[in-house]
Structure formats: C-alpha cells, structure tokens
Design a protein around this ligand. Structure first.
Ligand code: FAD
Ligand code: UDP
Length: 389
C-alpha cells in the first residue's frame, strides 16, 4: 500500500460515525463533486465535506462578473445542452433557465461561414447555389471511402472530403491538440456534425439553455445544505489526514491521485485571454472559430451566451498549450490503455470513488458529468442501504 492509501486508511478509521468527522470527503467542487454532495446530503442525510484547491466552487463551469460588470466564464465558454430530460429536470431544481441556441462561425478563406458545415457554408465558400439534395450528392462525390472510421481524420474526410477537411478541421485540430487528426480517436471530430440543411445551431440537443443567474449561483444552491461544508483554497492532500471521513469521492485527475505511478496521463491545457471592449458587440455570434490563422482556436463573446445587456462587451481567446491546468483528456488508444491501469487501481479502492471528466479520463460535456454523478450516487445509495441492513 502506498503512503497516500495508508493515510486514507488511518483517517477513515479515526472517524466516529454520527459524532464527529464526515461521512464523505469530496475532492473537487465542479459538477461531479457538487452533484454528489447535494445527493448524498439531501437524499441520504450524509455529512459531506467538499474541498477544492481553487478559491471558488463550480470547477471549470464557474462564472463571475468581471471588473466591468459583465458575466464571464473564466475557464472558457460553457453552453449547457442535453438530450436527457432527467438531467435537465435535476438541474432545474437549482436554477431557472434562459433558452439559448449557440451559433458558431468559422473564419475561412477570408469569409465568416457557419460551423458545423451546412448548406450555407458550402454555397458561400465555393460561390455555389446548391440545394440540400445537391449538397448530398456533392458530399458523396468528394468523400473519401474508408473501410473503417478509426481516427478524427477518417470521420471528416469520409463525409465531406479532403478540401473541407483541410479548411475546417486539420488546422484547428493541430492547434487544439498539437497533433494531427489522424492521431486522435474518431470521437473528437465526431463531436461536430455535418449537415445538408441550413440548420446553423452548434448543438442539436432537445434542451439548450443557460442558467438564468449563472452557473455559480446554481452551484451555490446545490451546496446550500446544512449537511454540506465547503472548504476552498485547499488541496485535499493538505487535510486528508487531519479530518476524519469514511468515504472519498475524488474528481481531480486520476493519475495525480496515484502520484503518476504508471506515468503521466496527457491532458491538454488552454491559456485564456480575456478582453473587454468599449462597444456593444464584438462579433455577430457567440463563438468564431479560427481554424487556420492565429495562435488561438476561437473567440467567444459572453453577452451572446448569457443574454446580458451592457454598453461594453467581454470576450475570451483560447490559446491551446501543453502545460497548465488539465482541461481535456486526449482521446487516443495509448492514453486509454494507460488510463485503464489507473482505473484498475481505482477499482481496488474500497473507500474512494472516482467521478468526472478528469477522474475517469473522459471527454465529457457538463450534462454527461451530471449523468455520471447521478448514476454513481445510485450505486453509493445501494451500498449505503446494504450496509444499513
Ligand atoms: P471540473 O470542473 O474540472 O472540477 C474538478 C475540480 O477538482 C476542480 O475545481 C479542481 O480545482 C478540483 N481539484 C482537482 N484536484 C484537486 C485537489 N488535489 N484538491 C482539491 N481540489 C482539486 N461542457 C459543456 O457541456 N458545454 C460547454 O460549452 C463546455 N465548454 C467547455 C469549454 C472549455 C474550455 C472546457 C475546458 C470545458 C468545457 N466543457 C463544456 C466541459 C465541462 O467543463 C466539463 O464537462 C465539466 O466542468 C466537468 O466537471 P468535473 O466536475 O468533472 O470537473
Ligand atoms: N474542430 C475543428 N474545427 C472546428 C471545430 C472543432 O477541427 O471549427 C474539431 C477539433 O478537433 C475540436 C473538436 O472538433 O477539438 C471538438 O470540437 P468542440 O467544439 O466540441 O470542442 P470543445 O468545445 O470541447 O473545445
């Protein structure tokens, strides 16, 4: 047993149930940690301590008002979308919503065209006047046949051919991941669909909306339970052996939990450059992608996304980088293989449960993390029940 696990064992055995200490120590106050804290406290009456090393709750979905009074997302634009009524209903207990359909333009060949690629994208880019039916034929004529769709390159060239792939995906992906699309799993570019109609929404999900008063307010309401204590500015390693607890929910990077004993899992990071302009609007839509120029991948303007009215406007530029906070797991076979080593270790740990984008090394959207946390809660509740019987 390594030092960390030893520490866990002694801390856990020091707990006196029902008298002092906590039933659950939750590491990370993002979606994964906050959903579990809320469920465990309000459904099972568990005493929960949720700890985050950052100075705020909400994880990467945290939002705040900047110095100009504009609501921004410090960790990049977060747009809520889901096909799950259950997940939407669950979050609706903690927030009202503002309907919002995200739209994205790509800056390609000196023009701003809709992304995902649709009928208007192709017509504008090539100066054509195709119908949806003709576009389907066009795609068929340029698509490269693939035996097997294995990589992120395969996904795109097998649908829209090499030229559109080069214009919209190759440069953006190389910038975002420092890797050619041929080296990344198909699932990465498969996140972006191709359309033959004129639908220019970035997402097609049934529920698309933003928390009316922001994400942070929603998290505050989730965590506002007398059984939940929040500890910020604290790496869990600083307190894990000081405060008694019985079970841990861990939502940070899984390889860091095990002191990188099998080697580092690659995560892609970003540098966010925030800027405010003394003008009402900066760009026509929420996000403009720059697949082929500049060091940044995209610029997002928050007022489009939040619906806020203000004489100034704030935007964020995203510069991909290798070092820094881990934002994206990197989906490719060798990384999945390394993750499985950590997963096997995680499964051996009786008193720690791993949940969330970093702890399960999955390129999950917010709704998927909420779904994963709710499913995890069900499992923990069953265990709880079995223990009580
Ligand atoms: P996180 O939010 O990362 O929370 C984990 C927390 O654990 C962090 O707050 C961290 O500080 C804390 N932590 C880690 N280690 C320790 C430690 N040792 N001690 C204490 N605390 C620790 N999803 C969407 O659905 N729509 C979008 O539009 C969208 N846009 C995105 C844009 C960007 C730029 C990024 C990076 C992600 C985006 N996502 C989006 C994904 C979304 O951010 C995640 O799905 C979600 O926030 C993951 O929640 P989580 O709780 O798993 O992780
Ligand atoms: N992508 C691209 N060009 C674009 C938009 C996306 O090549 O204009 C690729 C790129 O590899 C990106 C992936 O598709 O990382 C997923 O895009 P998404 O917008 O879902 O990324 P996220 O919002 O998660 O950063």
């Amino acid at each position: 047993m390594d030092k960390v696990s030893e520490g866990f064992k002694s801390a856990a055995s020091a707990a006196v149930p029902g008298q002092r200490g906590f039933d659950y120590l939750i590491v990370g106050a993002g979606f994964a940690g906050s959903v579990l804290a809320e469920r465990l406290a309000s459904e099972l009456n568990q005493r929960v301590l949720i700890v985050d090393k950052r100075p705020h709750i909400g994880g990467n979905a945290y939002d705040r008002y900047d110095d100009h009074g504009i609501l921004i997302h410090p960790y990049g634009p977060h747009i809520f979308h889901t096909n799950s009524a259950d997940i939407f209903d669950y979050l609706s207990r903690f927030t009202e919503w503002r309907p919002y359909q995200h739209r994205v333009l790509a800056s390609v060949d000196g023009q701003m065209v809709p992304m995902p690629i649709n009928l208007d994208t192709v017509n504008k880019l090539y100066g054509l006047n195709l119908t949806a039916f003709e576009l389907e034929k066009f795609f068929e004529s340029v698509a490269e046949k693939k035996e097997q769709i294995r990589t992120s390159e395969d996904v795109v060239v097998s649908k829209v051919g090499r030229d559109l792939y080069n214009k919209f995906f190759r440069g953006y992906t190389r910038k975002q991941w420092a890797m050619d699309p041929s080296e990344l799993d198909a699932s990465v570019t498969a996140r972006v669909p191709t359309r033959t109609n004129r639908d220019d929404r970035y997402f097609a999900d049934t529920f698309q909306a933003m928390p009316l008063h922001g994400y942070t307010r929603m998290f505050e309401r989730m965590l506002a339970h007398p059984n939940i204590k929040v500890m910020l500015n604290t790496d869990y390693r600083e307190m894990v052996e000081l405060v008694p607890w019985k079970h841990m929910v861990y939502t940070g990077p899984i390889d860091a939990f095990f002191n990188h004993k099998h080697g580092k899992l690659p995560y892609r990071s970003l540098e966010f450059k925030h800027q405010t302009f003394r003008q009402e609007q900066f760009q026509p839509v929420g996000t403009v992608n720059y697949p082929n120029d500049y060091g940044y991948t995209r610029i997002s303007e928050f007022k489009h996304i939040t619906g806020q009215e203000h004489p100034c406007t704030s935007v964020v530029y995203e510069f991909p980088q290798a070092e820094g906070d881990p934002y994206y797991p990197v989906p490719r076979p060798e990384n999945a293989q390394l993750y499985r080593k950590y997963e096997a270790e995680a499964e051996q740990m009786e008193n720690v449960t791993f949940v969330g984008r970093l702890a399960t090394y999955k390129y999950y959207n917010m709704d998927q993390v909420v779904g994963q946390a709710l499913a995890t809660f069900k499992r923990l509740a069953q265990r709880h029940q079995a223990g009580a019987e």
